[in-house]
Write a protein that binds this ligand. Structure first.
Ligand SMILES: [Zn+2]
Ligand SMILES: [Zn+2]
Length: 314
């Protein structure tokens, strides 16, 4: 498989590594085949070095975004420049898949709609996601009505390419939701606080599964089943115990929510032991530090895993 050849040229750039022989991120675009670019690995917390949840798969010079948290366009632009991945230039962002409509995963939507347009994207966005996506899209476009009118009137800078802010929003159900010559994208239901989906991308060289935000589910195990890469959310129980409630909410509010709708290291280890990904990437993690998360995960899981960091390329 080209996948194995591609991995052989990867090398370390200081990422937290485990299990010696584990795959390592590349800091360039020299490897052949599909690439996974961690655009943002953060959570709702506005951590300066971890942008909002967003990931890109790049296949044959085409980028597919999964989620669009805050900072998505600037981080993609950074990846295009610093990693040499031209498909992530902002004007070339035109395909995206939302796992769910929580704000931390979608606050960058207006950015994704308007910023690439202002600098030259001429074609509408194609966005796939759960029911509610169309309404969110319509409301955002309405919210920027003054901007759109100003940019497309007789003296507007975007008047010669007035379609670049438009969005074709596709509301999905479980199953194959998208296919082209590079990828087949299959959505599967996850267990979160609203209708939510994970995605499996089958590219010419790899199978890549995204959990989105979720409690452990059999559907995630089934979507992977020996997949090449599983990218899964996680937090540590220690972080959960130490976390103060936001806004003075009653004690235990977030812990109870998290027990229903998120995944701990112990749970992820059990899930990955069943799902058997060749590589497990932890993202959207809440922990006291990446080092703490690594140490905690190592207690429970003996397979290959890495702690995802913004702008890592796999
Ligand atoms: Zn969420
Ligand atoms: Zn989230």
């Amino acid at each position: 498989m080209a996948f194995r050849i591609a991995w052989s040229v990867f090398y370390a750039v200081g990422l937290v590594m485990v299990a010696g022989a584990a795959q390592r991120p590349s800091d360039t675009a020299q490897s052949s085949g599909s690439k996974i670019v961690l655009i943002g690995t953060g959570t709702p917390a506005p951590t300066p070095d971890r942008s909002g949840p967003a990931t890109a798969i790049v296949v044959n010079d085409t980028a597919y975004l999964i989620d669009f948290g805050p900072g998505v366009v600037r981080r993609a632009s950074d990846a295009a420049a610093s990693r040499g991945i031209a498909a992530l230039q902002p004007t070339r962002l035109r395909l995206a898949f939302a796992t769910h409509l929580h704000s931390d995963h979608t606050v960058g939507y207006a950015d994704l709609i308007f910023t690439p347009w202002t600098i030259g994207r001429r074609v509408p966005l194609e966005v796939y996601g759960p029911p509610g996506l169309k309404a969110m899209t319509e409301h955002l476009i309405e919210a920027y009505r003054v901007d759109i009118e100003t940019r497309t009137n007789d003296e507007g800078n975007q008047r010669t390419f007035p379609d670049g802010y438009k969005v074709n929003a596709h509301e999905i159900k479980a199953g194959v939701v998208y296919t082209d010559k590079n990828v087949t994208v299959t959505a599967f239901p996850t267990k979160h606080a609203m209708e939510s989906y994970g995605y499996r991308f089958d590219t010419p060289d790899r199978s890549i599964v995204f959990s989105g935000d979720t409690n452990p589910t059999q559907a995630t195990v089934d979507a992977c089943r020996g997949c090449d890469v599983l990218i899964h959310e996680v937090h540590t129980s220690a972080w959960l115990a130490a976390r103060p409630e936001a806004g003075g909410a009653p004690p235990g509010t977030f812990r109870r929510f998290s027990e229903k709708y998120h995944t701990t290291t112990e749970q992820l280890a059990a899930l990955a032991t069943q799902a058997k990904p060749r590589l497990l990437i932890l993202y959207h993690y809440s922990s006291l530090s990446p080092e703490e998360l690594q140490a905690d995960m190592m207690k429970h899981y003996s397979g290959h895993f890495v702690i995802g960091r913004d702008l890592d390329v796999y």
